[in-house]
Write a protein that binds this ligand. Structure first.
Ligand SMILES: C[S@@+](CC[C@H](N)C(=O)[O-])C[C@H]1O[C@@H](n2cnc3c(N)ncnc32)[C@H](O)[C@@H]1O
Length: 276
């Protein structure tokens, strides 16, 4: 058995496509639950884009809060970003409070998620965070949330696990769609769960159905590209929500580098906080 276990271990090690440093980053994120480099970089890029658009206040949502490690890390990262970019970041969470809802839909992949999983200790959580959590089914609580007129939703962390819950939120686009920035960074945590989640179930199906019925809103993703280095641990889980009717959709947010491209300019300067 020892040699068999060793063989499987070596096969996995050699078959892992990512460099060791990525594996280490992943390992740290598993060990330290509020170490989330992807949350930090998404928050940073969303804030940078908002500033380019001229917004000084943004709203960030975490859909599915559970123990609260996501919200805790978002609050931690937002402090430095608020200071650095002079922007106000409002964070809101959504959760039933009672764990995953019951389901018998095959699209919810019920053989990996079960009713009541990720139940919250509300008192404990509320002592640890400042952000408001909307408790209840998201298809109802999203209506209460809209009443506060949230400013510039610019990043959404989707972590509801289930197809039906993700769909419930997305199909309420008429409620939340008018509060977004022209584009919204969308991180989908559950696009991969070994080989069980694919394009006919889970979040991928909810995204596909959303795109099929909406003309003015789309959720798209980019191709894997060597120039994409900004989102450690989020690369294949990052989508962008486009709000084509937004008044600022066409506003230029790129870098006017005509000067840099000039034949007279020998040196290229790169600023992590400015260049796209
Ligand atoms: C995996 S947990 C979230 C983990 C958390 N984001 C983190 O990073 O630690 C999924 C959560 O989604 C919540 N959830 C699922 N469906 C929901 C719905 N329809 N309305 C509100 N919350 C829901 C569950 O209660 C559960 O706590």
């Amino acid at each position: 058995m020892f040699f068999y276990n060793l063989k499987i271990f070596l096969l996995r090690l050699m078959g892992y496509e990512k460099p060791l440093r990525v594996a280490l980053l992943k390992l740290f994120s598993l060990k330290y639950k509020s170490f989330r480099p992807h949350y930090e970089t998404i928050l940073l890029e969303a804030s940078l884009e908002a500033k380019k658009l001229g917004y000084d206040e943004i709203t960030i949502l975490e859909l599915g809060v559970a123990g609260g490690n996501g919200i805790i890390s978002l609050e931690k990262y937002s402090k430095n970003i608020e200071k650095k970019l002079k922007i106000k970041i409002n964070i809101f969470g959504f959760d039933t409070g009672k764990g995953l809802p019951d389901t018998n839909l095959k699209e919810d992949v019920p053989f990996i998620w079960k009713k009541g999983q990720f139940k919250i200790d509300k008192d404990k959580l509320e002592k640890k965070i400042k952000s408001k959590i909307y408790f209840g089914d998201i298809k109802e609580t999203i209506k209460d949330f809209a009443k506060i007129n949230p400013k510039n939703i610019s990043a959404i962390f989707f972590d509801l696990d289930l197809y039906s819950s993700t769909k419930s939120f997305l199909e309420n686009i008429e409620i939340w769609g008018s509060f977004t920035t022209p584009r919204v960074y969308c991180y989908f945590d559950d696009l991969f769960h070994h080989n069980y989640i694919s394009n006919f179930n889970g979040e991928l199906l909810a995204i596909k159905e959303f795109n099929n019925v909406n003309k003015n809103f789309k959720i798209g993703t980019h191709i894997d590209h060597v120039a994409d280095f900004k989102f450690p641990l989020a690369k294949n889980l990052l989508y962008t929500f486009h709000n084509f009717n937004h008044k600022d959709y066409f506003k230029f947010i790129g870098t006017d580098n005509s000067n840099l491209m000039s034949i007279n300019n020998k040196k290229i300067t790169y600023n992590f906080f400015k260049n796209k």
